[in-house]
Design a protein around this ligand. Sequence first.
Ligand code: ATP
Ligand code: MG
Length: 561
Amino acid sequence: MAEEIKNNEEVMAGNFIHTFIDEDIAPGGEYEGKTVHTRFPPEPNGYLHIGHAKAICIDFGTAEKYGGMCNLRMDDTNPTKEDVEYVDAIKEDIKWLGFDWGDRFYYASDYFPQMYEYAVELIKKGLAYVCELNAEQMREYRGDLKTPAKSPYRDRPIEESLDLFRRMKEGEFEDGSMTLRAKIDLASGNFNMRDPVIYRINHMHHHSTGDAWCIYPMYDFAHPIEDAIEGITHSLCTLEFESHRPLYDWVIENISSPSKPRQIEFARLGINNTVMSKRKLRALVEEGYVDGWDDPRMPTLCGLRRRGYTPKSIRNFCEQIGVAKVNSTVEYSFLEHCLRNDLNDSAQRLMGVLRPIKLVITNYPEGKTETFTVENNPNHPEDGEREITFSRECYIESDDFMEVPVKKYQRLYPGNEVRLKSAYLVTCTGCEKDEDGNVTTVYAEYDPETKGGNAPDNRKVRGTIHWVDANNYVPATVNLYDNLFTDPEPDTGDKNFLDYINPESLVTLENCKIEASVKDNSNIHFQFMRLGYFTVDNKKSSKEHLVFNRSVSLKDSFRKK
Ligand code: ATP
Ligand code: MG
């Protein structure tokens, strides 16, 4: 971990958020002598996704860099969508990434009483009023860049607003009939400042406060108050809140705020061939397009985990994409590249055959079995060795044989010699087919002088193929994945993302044969030679029947570019 954090600091050296903070904590700065304090404020209305991982790395990573603190706060001011199930999942995912909020876990809804008092304070100062326009009228009176907004209730007496606001809280009025608005500037070029609504009536059950409240604060009013109460110094959020910052600052300036947090915005992460909004991810789950939030095709952290992503690969990804002020889309292949880098270093090697056909070595004695010792990970000799067995019959990948080879094909075809990885050189002598013409068995002869798969100096053997002993293997199911969406940008413009679901995003192979050593192996990440990196599916796999998910193939399409 120490090394990762060092990298983190190096990469973030050019991070503009840090430049701002450096100024703030320098002598004479706004927060001179203060501990840097950030927060991660998810709305518990879905599972965290890779975009959240970026925010988490920025929020927790910044606190870490400055020896500060980062709070975890459930932003649950909106009563309509929250669910307790999500709270636990959010905590689990953040811990999995390797971050810790200590004892600073909060619910924004705990601050409802203070928020109400601050709203009353604004009314008393003549800075807020109860408005009786409905949503439609409000839109109509909004004005445009040349015309100021109209607000017929803005000059109503303070006493009247105080009374109405109290009665809003008591439940006297219907949803949508009244709002509390901040009195700021009807002519502002920033529409967020044109007397924004800061409280609305909503007779809805809240998962934590129950029916105690029927008025709820708007995000722009609630968020700065939450930050101020918790003593946050730097409130880091995504770019869409940039034009809300004047309102954030206005709230802090005009309430008796216990502290003065500073909002800094950074670019949202987008990745191609996927969707990132929780609403859309929820639709995929609820409408059955995927097998839950943790479906390995989902960009959720639990999905990526089940796919075989490691915390390190995700943190490296977040560090390397950097922190910018301009929204951009990152290629999915870059995320895969980061995973491959980690697994190349750490994954246990094995042989597995996904689409098997039998190979019979006709000149190998029947009933004989040999054992070969091979390295667990060529990058790490200290990871030790394992034993694999070889006998007269083994399984090979069906596409490693062609009766009539295409140009440049260097694997098995009649007359050609290939290396069975770590075992022997074998020369193909023919095949057997069923009545439909499908190859059922391939035949070959081995050269006993090539034990370990070593070719004599004078012999050129171009192809090396993997295999599994047909008398000693573990059967398994293997899931192969492709992009969930066929369109690189499935939710831009007026596209309906559901129209672009890739029907081939999941291919399940039931008949796979895995090297027997997998049985008593405690690893969860494997490289199946020539095929990619795979992980045990923690949801579907059992001792009786193993299920693997392909995390990523070996071919790096990112590096090629
Ligand atoms: P969504 O649109 O997916 O529902 P959200 O912004 O409503 O996202 P929140 O739970 O409110 O989700 O997000 C918590 C924090 O994570 C916020 O500070 C938000 O800015 C940040 N965040 C959300 N999505 C991304 C993203 N794609 N890239 C970077 N940060 C993000
Ligand atoms: Mg949100």
